[in-house]
Design a protein around this ligand. Structure first.
Ligand code: ZN
Ligand code: ZN
Length: 360
């Protein structure tokens, strides 16, 4: 993502502010600051007005900010919010938008305390997030790279799988191989769950050994250039029995049906319904305890959601996961997840890993 693109994003925000009759927007979500300015530091706020953008950070990031962004940079000696309040009052802005679900109570209280009565704070919700849903070409390419690092690490790590290896050992190999494949690190805590633990959709790896003749679930994501990928694959140390094969086929058919339903103009709940319909005909819909997928990009979970009651219409350029699963207590769980990019006529599957039940 280059400077022209960052500037374009800020311009588009400024235009919306004009429509909403807001004089300035205070962006406090780090990830939104990054999206609009390119700045990746951990201490940041961004003020967008009609005459440009000002990035606020602290002295630790002075050099980095000058390298990463073309926005005006102001370095705060004290709390960022204090400097923010000073700038807002000095500029004579009247209506200032703030990200209502991205500011702490303490920050909000300090802001209202320091601002003169002439400044009105206007809560704003999801203004930047709505823009982040549609990925540009550069972002789509970053997602492809993240998915490819992810799959490369999966191949290398699972090749090292040995009898008696602990779940946490395999998780460590995966994280190590992700970095070697060019990732900054995992996009979330890697899940490696063997046997009955695979029935816990968000299991954490334990020191227990990976069991023979039981399901093994691996859910992993790579962060690359700030963009996240997300993939779940099933392995089977041994020879899968009839029940395992039947369950696996049902989940795979559900995943393929949901993928087939994805295209520009499709409503999220319809994609979810496509997966659920397949599982219902296999008598497994009640074992599918979560939604079919979620958006991803700079964050591992971002809008849109693909669930039963989600009405968001999918648009070309959205990046989402498709991840139906079924979970049977004691027996185990099966989930198959790809990262896909919505296109005008369908979707591009970014995850290159094969979806066969990997018997090892
Ligand atoms: Zn996942
Ligand atoms: Zn996911």
């Amino acid at each position: 993502v280059n400077e022209t693109e960052f500037a374009g994003r800020r311009r588009s925000v400024a235009e919306e502010l004009l429509e909403k009759k807001i004089d300035g927007l205070l962006v406090t979500a780090r990830i939104n600051v990054r999206y609009l300015s390119g700045f990746t530091g951990s201490s940041a706020a961004l003020l967008i007005t009609q005459d440009g953008a000002t990035l606020l950070t602290d002295p630790r990031y002075e050099i980095q900010a000058a390298h990463e962004t073309s926005c005006r940079v102001r370095v705060a000696k004290g709390p960022l919010i204090e400097l923010t309040a000073r700038i807002l009052s000095r500029r004579g802005l009247k209506r200032v938008g703030f990200e209502r679900n991205r500011i702490s109570y303490a920050e909000y209280a300090m802001l209202t305390d320091k601002l003169p009565g002439s400044v009105r704070l206007v809560p704003v919700n999801g203004l930047v997030e709505a823009r982040r849903m549609i990925k540009s070409h550069a972002e789509a390419e970053a997602l492809r790279c993240a998915a490819s690092a992810n799959s490369q690490a999966f191949d290398r790590a699972t090749a090292k799988l040995r009898a008696g290896m602990a779940e946490s050992d395999l998780a460590a190999e995966i994280d190590y191989e992700m970095r070697r494949a060019g990732a900054e690190g995992p996009a979330f805590e890697t899940i490696v769950a063997s046997g009955g633990r695979s029935a816990l959709p968000h299991a954490r790896p334990t020191a227990n050994p990976i069991l023979n003749d039981r399901l093994l679930l691996v859910d992993m994501g790579a962060n690359r250039n700030g963009y996240a990928s997300d993939m779940t694959r099933m392995l089977f140390p041994g020879k899968p029995g009839t029940k395992t094969k039947r369950l696996y086929k049902a989940v795979l058919d559900a995943q393929l049906a949901a993928i087939a339903a994805v295209r520009d103009g499709a409503r999220s709940d319809r994609v979810d319904a496509a997966a659920r319909r397949v599982l219902r005909s296999a008598g497994l819909d009640r074992r599918f305890v979560h939604s079919t997928g979620h958006g991803l990009g700079l964050e591992i979970h971002e809008p849109p959601r693909l669930g039963r009651r989600e009405k968001t219409v999918l648009r070309a350029g959205m990046a989402i996961t498709i991840e139906p699963g079924v979970y049977l207590e004691d027996f185990g769980g099966i989930r198959i997840e790809d990262t896909v990019l919505v296109t005008p006529t369908g979707c591009e599957i970014l995850t290159p890993t094969s979806k066969h039940l990997l018997s090892i």
